[in-house]
Design a protein around this ligand. Structure first.
Ligand SMILES: Nc1ncnc2c1ncn2[C@@H]1O[C@H](COP(=O)(O)OP(=O)(O)OP(=O)(O)O)[C@@H](O)[C@H]1O
Ligand SMILES: [Mg+2]
Length: 294
């Protein structure tokens, strides 16, 4: 039975119910997260370093099992389904993956079909090549098609990575800090391309993990704030991305502004670093050890 056999247009893309993740040593990475992502929603996940954002994404990507609680992806419960069937429905943009320097951008996008680092040409047909060009065009970088990755800027590479993640027509796109390290024009081009996916792929659900509100695309519809492994606030972006919830989440008084669909935040005058709370520490629990890495 394929993933499509158990999903309808209304099936949530992602459903986490009281999800906990702990390590063999007992460190608690997630401490009871309940979260639902529906088709077409664009989520921002924010939180301090170590809050558990990337751990959450690895569950959403079906790359890790929860220690307790349930994770359903497109109606399929993790632990009761063949995960590789889910992988092609989930596009993951991981900045740690370095696409080989000698690949052209179009070849790099084609690797998304097989999730490999090099194109498996025997499995690639003319339709796939057409789709790769369409995805480069969708990300505003069709002119890069014949350029080798070695000569692409950081921002160009990041857009190629997103095009690559879209090759399999995923229902869920996961981006972990996509704007980190990009200069202003590159960041703006990247965020505009992500925002444009709302019109070209209206049912695609997107989750963007970010450290800064300035790094959120203007199409962001929902937000989840994390602290110390907990989902401390979630809901409509307009409700959650405000001064009070953001100040509470990061533990410093900030003023959030929302203009032309974009957000920004700055610390209130008078705040200084010496009055900041201690960095987030993940508490050690007494839960039993569990296998969580697949
Ligand atoms: N295998 C592991 N063993 C022990 N602790 C871990 C392990 N993996 C992650 N952690 C810890 O769990 C916490 C959450 O990690 P995670 O990578 O999810 O945070 P994050 O919110 O993505 O942080 P950042 O903003 O720095 O990327 C961190 O304190 C991290 O050090
Ligand atoms: Mg992280």
């Amino acid at each position: 039975m394929s993933v499509d056999d158990v999903t309808t247009a209304a099936t949530p893309v992602l459903e986490l119910d009281d999800v906990r993740v702990w390590t063999a040593e007992g460190a608690q990475l997630l401490r009871g997260v309940t979260w639902t992502v529906n088709p077409g929603e664009h989520w921002a996940v924010l939180g301090a370093n170590g809050a558990g954002k990337s751990t959450l994404l690895s569950l959403a990507a079906a790359r890790r099992h929860p220690s307790s609680g349930t994770v359903r992806i497109l109606g399929r419960q993790m632990g009761r389904t063949m995960v590789f069937r889910l992988w092609e429905m989930i596009g993951v943009v991981d900045p740690n993956i370095r696409l080989p320097d000698e690949l052209t951008a179009s070849a790099a996008v084609l690797t998304g079909l097989t999730g490999s680092l090099r194109p498996q040409w025997e499995r690639i047909g003319p339709d796939d090549e057409t789709r790769a060009m369409e995805m480069l065009d969708r990300l505003g970088c069709i002119d890069l098609a014949d350029r080798v990755m070695a000569t692409c800027s950081q921002g160009e590479r990041q857009r190629v990575r997103i095009a690559r993640a879209l090759m399999t027509r995923p229902r869920l796109l996961l981006l972990d800090e996509p704007a980190t390290g990009l200069d202003l024009p590159a960041r703006e081009a990247l965020l505009a391309a992500v925002t444009d996916l709302r019109s070209t792929d209206p049912d695609l659900a997107i989750v963007v993990v970010a450290h800064h509100l300035e790094d959120l695309p203007s199409g962001t519809s929902h937000a989840l704030l994390m602290a110390k492994g907990l989902a401390v606030r979630q809901g409509d972006a307009a409700e959650v991305l405000r001064s009070e919830p953001i100040s509470e989440c990061f533990g410093i008084p900030v003023e959030v502004t929302h203009r032309d669909g974009r957000w920004s935040a700055h610390a209130l005058p008078g705040w200084n670093r010496s009055s900041a709370p201690d960095p987030v520490a993940v508490p050690t629990g007494d839960e039993p050890a569990d296998e969580w890495e697949m």
